[in-house]
Design a protein around this ligand. Structure first.
Ligand code: HEC
Length: 247
């Protein structure tokens, strides 16, 4: 019986620690439309109201906010035109690299514009299959930017972080900033963001917010080019707080 207190204490500690561990285990109940907790930040995300200022003058294309994200997601990944791969010596992840493939004022004499508008069966067509071709809206942005002089414009595009909807705000952001690298046929890192159902997975595990906010412990997304603006990040965050609905 001499050892009883020792064993008793050991048992107590075990019970206490075990009980504590159970108590701190988060209890997750799925309520449709309820905010989805964002993991890994140790803070409750707050609804942020931002309306973008420094907007581009009417009709002016922003290199930093429109052209760069499209070309990074469409072209600047491993095996193609990021700094590490520089296929054919071409790096399309910053202004200098992109500008050197462009004849200011003349899209038809600009290497980048020629390759994205080439016949899709041609060897020079970019982005190469199986990646999706750029959309006609994206091609128009590149063309207009070249026509306007291919300047390093950094003006902002309209953004209001309030009343966001998946179709009007969130999917277009993902389409321009992410989809080129995260399509079903070109799912870098195994990540596919093609539609609501797929995107929702990365809302639930915290990786969508973690990667676009550059939270330590997550890969930085987009991996090169510019970080999304505070207003764009707030749009995604507010949409999640409001339940990450397919609206
Ligand atoms: C230029 C290509 C490229 C673009 C653009 C891009 N990604 Fe990624 N992404 C990757 C690669 C490659 C990985 C795999 C991780 C790595 O090797 O860096 C990845 C990984 C991820 C992951 C997993 C993160 C983690 O921490 O495990 C998420 C989530 C993600 N991307 C979301 C996004 C979102 C959202 C955007 C748009 C804002 C985006 N990505 C834009 C290439 C890209």
């Amino acid at each position: 019986m001499k050892n009883t207190p020792f064993w008793f204490c050991f048992l107590c500690t075990f019970v206490l620690v075990g009980f504590h561990a159970c108590k701190t285990e988060p209890l997750t109940i799925e309520i449709p439309g309820a905010p989805i907790p964002i993991e890994g930040e140790g803070e409750t995300p707050e609804y942020v109201s931002i309306i973008e200022s420094d907007l581009c003058a009417e009709g002016v294309i922003s290199f930093e906010r429109e052209v760069l994200p499209i070309l990074v997601a469409g072209c600047a990944y491993s095996g193609c035109h990021n700094a590490a791969s520089h296929e054919d010596g071409i790096v399309l992840e910053d202004y200098q690299g992109i500008r050197s493939e462009v004849e200011a004022g003349d899209p038809n004499d600009s290497e980048i514009y020629e390759t994205i508008t080439e016949n899709p069966n041609d060897d020079d067509f970019m982005p190469p299959s199986p990646a999706y071709p750029l959309t006609s809206e994206q091609i128009t942005i590149v063309r207009q930017w070249i026509q306007q002089g291919a300047n390093n414009t950094t003006c902002r595009v309209p953004c209001n972080s309030e009343n966001t909807s998946f179709a009007a705000d969130i999917f277009p952001l993902i389409q321009d900033n992410c989809l080129g690298c995260h399509q079903p046929t070109n799912a870098l890192g195994g990540i596919n963001l093609e539609d609501y159902a797929h995107i929702k997975t990365f809302v639930a595990n915290g990786q969508l917010m973690g990667s676009i906010k550059h939270t330590p412990g997550y890969f930085v997304m987009p991996p090169t080019g510019e970080k999304m603006t505070d207003c764009q990040i707030a749009q995604v965050q507010n949409w999640i707080i409001e339940g990450a609905l397919d609206n």
